[in-house]
Design a protein around this ligand. Structure first.
Ligand SMILES: Nc1ccc(Br)nc1
Length: 445
């Protein structure tokens, strides 16, 4: 016989376009280009990931904050040629205001710190998980949104802040089963590049632009980097000096080039000493080519990478001591990182570490006869008030209910039947042990 719809759990085929009248044309059920839906299975993974973000933030004693996804465009207008500012998801709203879907979170954090002003005592340790956007020509077919975990410390000028943030990143990886054999964290400081530019009397005003160009090292050819540096106003000998320093992979070598009295070497030495004490130095590696691509970094910068070299940077961050003054406020030393929700999932897949997250329900309550739907509602209410998750099912055959119970990993099946109700009872099946018993309705827990 043909199974009726309530017997199967497959959706009927949607009507074909020809079966719909003009105004009933099926809408495009896909989300806008470059964006994602999160159906239950994907949402379980996302909640699992964000749960670890939150737990690590709690363990590091960070407070959660949040901001509108929509921000004034003025927060992100920067002249250093960053990709992030060239791909702003910007528009004019109905009030004629220039607004954006934020491409990153740090400027919002800075805005709130300024807004809070004297009402907050430093240091501040804030975290947030928020959706960020870019408008990229779909030629590269890349996503236009992702969720980013940000942790930021305001008011700590010493590298203790960087050490704390890196500790958070290491703890997060360890919670997911990722080890320092899978992932490393490259560390350097923009003060390295700053020192080199000073050695060659390159004006400070092009520092941010030079950093954005140097960040392309390894992504575009050496010749292209040199050409862009030259166009930015860096002399040929300074370009040579920069290229030489970028290849340094040891602090000792760096010290030979920059001398031992500079801030860059001192900061990095202190950070690596602290790393030993935290017990995570096996994750760290000094790499002078790391500058990160955001204009506002001023000091230590770091990024996590997969040692097999198959993926883009997993997360990254650094010190940005001068960002607040670009918004007209007094500066407050600051340091933070962003951790996207996409590359980490690719890494977990690579390492076979994706968790198997099942839907789980405590009880299915099922009236065996239609007229018992009221009794079933009472029983569901009593159980829910005790905090049990209850799936109240009706208009189904018992065979379907057993299959459904298996599908949603229900712990118990509570059957509401006339004969039991006559005696003030319901029948309970414990699905894991097949144990079956009757219990007084008032004693069901
Ligand atoms: N900044 C940014 C925003 C959105 C995506 Br997807 N990637 C980077």
């Amino acid at each position: 016989s043909t199974a009726s719809r309530e017997d199967t759990d497959e959706m009927a085929d949607p009507p074909s376009a020809g079966e719909l009248s003009e105004q009933q044309q099926l809408i495009d059920v896909n989300p806008p280009r470059g964006t994602r839906d999160f159906p239950p299975e994907d949402m379980r993974l996302r909640n699992w990931l964000f749960g670890h973000f939150r737990e690590v933030s709690r363990i590091l004693s960070f407070e959660e904050v949040d901001f509108p996804v929509l921000e004034s465009e003025s927060l992100f207008i920067r002249k250093a040629g960053e990709e992030i500012t060239q791909q702003l998801y910007n528009f004019e709203d109905k009030g004629g205001r220039r607004v954006v879907l934020r491409p990153e979170i740090t400027p919002s954090l800075a805005r709130l710190v300024i807004k809070q002003g004297k009402s907050v005592s430093l240091p501040l340790k804030w975290f947030t998980i928020g959706q960020c956007w870019r408008y990229e020509r779909m030629t590269r077919g890349r996503r236009r949104e992702h969720y980013q975990w940000n942790m930021d410390i305001f008011g700590v000028s010493k590298v203790r802040a960087e050490a704390e943030l890196i500790h958070a990143i290491v703890l997060f990886f360890e919670r997911l089963g990722i080890t320092s054999s899978d992932v490393g964290i490259r560390v350097s400081s923009r003060k390295v590049l700053q020192a080199v530019l000073q050695m060659y009397c390159i004006p400070e005003k092009i520092f941010a632009e030079v950093c954005v160009i140097v960040d392309k090292w390894g992504k575009i050819t050496k010749e292209e980097v040199e050409k862009e540096l030259s166009l930015a106003g860096v002399t040929p000998e300074a370009v040579k000096g920069i290229v030489e320093v970028l290849s340094l992979k040891s602090l000792d070598k760096l010290e030979e080039v920059l001398g031992s009295d500079g801030e860059a070497v001192a900061d990095l030495k202190k950070l690596f000493e602290l790393a030993e004490q935290y017990g995570y130095s096996q994750w760290l590696t000094f790499d002078a080519s790391i500058v990160r691509g955001l204009a506002y970094y001023t000091g230590v910068v770091f990024e996590a990478f997969d040692r097999e070299g198959k993926l883009r940077a997993i997360c990254g961050g650094g010190r940005y001591d001068r960002l607040l003054s670009t918004f007209g406020s007094d500066d407050i030393p600051a340091c933070g990182f962003g951790f996207g929700d996409a590359v980490i999932v690719e890494l977990l897949k690579e390492k076979g570490l994706l968790p198997d997250l099942m839907r789980q329900v405590d009880d299915i309550v099922f009236p065996l006869d239609e007229e018992l739907d009221g009794q079933a509602s009472k029983i569901a209410t009593a159980l829910r008030q005790k905090g049990r998750s209850v799936d109240l099912v009706e208009e189904k055959r018992l065979k379907w209910v057993f299959k459904h119970a298996e599908r949603i990993n229900a712990s118990r099946l509570v059957l509401v039947g006339n004969s039991e109700l006559q005696r003030g009872m319901v029948r309970v099946k414990v699905l894991s042990t097949r144990e079956e018993y009757e219990v007084k309705i008032g004693e069901l827990s």
